[in-house]
Design a protein around this ligand. Structure first.
Ligand code: FMN
Length: 396
């Protein structure tokens, strides 16, 4: 806790454009969300994105309710949050309504601003247990999970003092009772089977309406089918159909393939969605929320950070990881993430790139945190930029 007085949750005058995105009683500062990306959108990374601004809501990676309830170390690490990491969604996966409900209560008791149910994960480990996007093949089960979780959330409403601690820059709607339950959202895909989608049989428009009926206050739609996994390009028309089907009853958040601020604006224009969730684009560009917000509100984007600022982002991420976890885990993370960070590094004025391949190799071979820091220092001092690397030109 910072020790500073918490912000008052009273609403300022309504914003005209873009319209404020309300997740039930919670009004977000912007209409941009950080996606859950298992193994990547940890507390350290969420803090980096928040520091750059423009981020309305972030989410934990998918959490196992059983793991949370048993208190396993992995689940507790994944659910870590702090007072700066607000507002925060905690995402649960599973198909057992009762266990999901108890997991949701745990998340409320441990700082969640929003509870999200994962109905989109295509990974076997999750779908074989009927969770994630397997729920798209059994809508009555999907709805009963959401309904039971919603009931449980209604049984543990938060006081105004509790809300103050988990709003961050978000606000709470005026005129609500003294105690207000945490809102419930779901994240879905268009449907399981691509042939269903192509023949106009996607379940998502229908599912979104059914979820709204049981008190889900926003639905994020990743514009792919489960069979698509991550291939091809996002299907904006599929997201637009979900937007149309709910007819303004709840906001729909569009998700998929937003890599540049312009893609966020295009997502809204092509689908009519109320907000945009960004995943992989943020891994290389944690300042994308700042830029996408600025493009919507001012029509311009600030200059990209310089390479030395980008290197400081890498260093900050690594330092936070060392503080929040341990040396072994921080080394593991920097080793696998340097290629994401490096996607935006090393551009020469003529558009060619240099030094990035050597930087990545050096970081991957580093054995200690001191070595990581000295490699970053060396890159800044120009030590890795001695020659052009044609092989890298096609990387982006
Ligand atoms: C490695 C990886 C892990 C992911 N983990 C999750 C997850 O835990 N929960 C979830 O709802 N979606 C997860 N997703 C899906 C993303 O949230 C998002 O829907 C998808 O990547 C499309 O958005 P993007 O193009 O902005 O990345 C994951 C995606 C990837 C690539």
């Amino acid at each position: 806790m910072s020790g500073h007085p918490a912000p008052t949750p009273t609403a300022p005058p309504p914003r005209l454009w873009p319209p404020q995105l309300w997740v039930g009683p919670v009004g977000l500062e912007t209409n941009l969300l950080l996606a859950p990306i298992a193994g990547y959108c940890d507390l350290a990374f969420r803090m980096i994105c928040r520091e750059w601004g423009g981020l309305g809501l972030a989410c934990t990676d998918l959490l196992s309710p059983q793991g949370l309830l048993r208190g396993t170390a992995t689940s507790l690490d994944l659910a870590k949050t702090n007072s700066f990491d607000k507002p925060i969604g905690m995402q649960l996966y599973g198909a057992d309504p009762e266990i999901m409900a108890q997991g949701a209560r745990w998340a409320v008791e441990h700082g969640a601003t929003v509870i999200d149910i994962n109905m989109g994960c295509p990974v076997d480990k999750v779908t074989k247990k009927d969770g994630g996007s397997k729920l798209l093949t059994d809508l009555s089960r999907a709805v009963s999970v959401a309904k039971r979780v919603r009931e449980e959330l209604d049984r543990c409403p938060l006081s105004r003092d509790q809300w103050r601690e988990r709003l961050g820059a978000a606000i709470l709607k005026d005129g609500l009772p003294e105690r207000v339950p945490v809102p419930l959202t779901c994240k879905i895909r268009l449907c399981w089977s691509t042939s269903d989608y192509e023949s106009g049989q996607a379940c998502s428009p229908h599912l979104a309406r059914m979820l709204a009926d049981v008190g889900v206050v926003a639905v994020t739609v990743h514009g792919r089918t489960t069979e698509d996994k991550f291939q091809g390009t996002v299907r904006h028309a599929g997201i637009a159909r979900v937007v149309e089907s709910v007819a303004g009853r709840i906001p729909i958040i569009g998700n998929g393939d937003v890599r540049e601020p312009e893609d966020a604006v295009a997502m809204i224009a092509k689908t009519g969605c109320s907000g945009v969730m960004i995943g992989r684009g943020a891994l290389s560009t944690p300042w994308i929320f700042r830029d996408a917000w600025s493009l919507q509100t001012r029509g311009t984007v600030d200059p990209a950070p310089t390479d030395s600022v980008k290197i400081e982002i890498v260093r900050r991420y690594f330092t936070l990881m060392l503080e929040q976890r341990d040396e072994r885990y921080a080394m593991y993370q920097i080793n696998r993430r340097i290629s994401w960070f490096a996607k935006r590094l090393g551009f020469n004025p003529d558009g060619t790139r240099s030094g990035v391949k050597r930087l990545k190799e050096a970081i991957r071979n580093a054995k200690t945190p001191a070595e990581v820091h000295s490699i970053l220092d060396g890159y800044l001092a120009g030590g890795y930029r001695c020659e052009m690397e044609p092989a890298e030109l096609s990387e982006e």
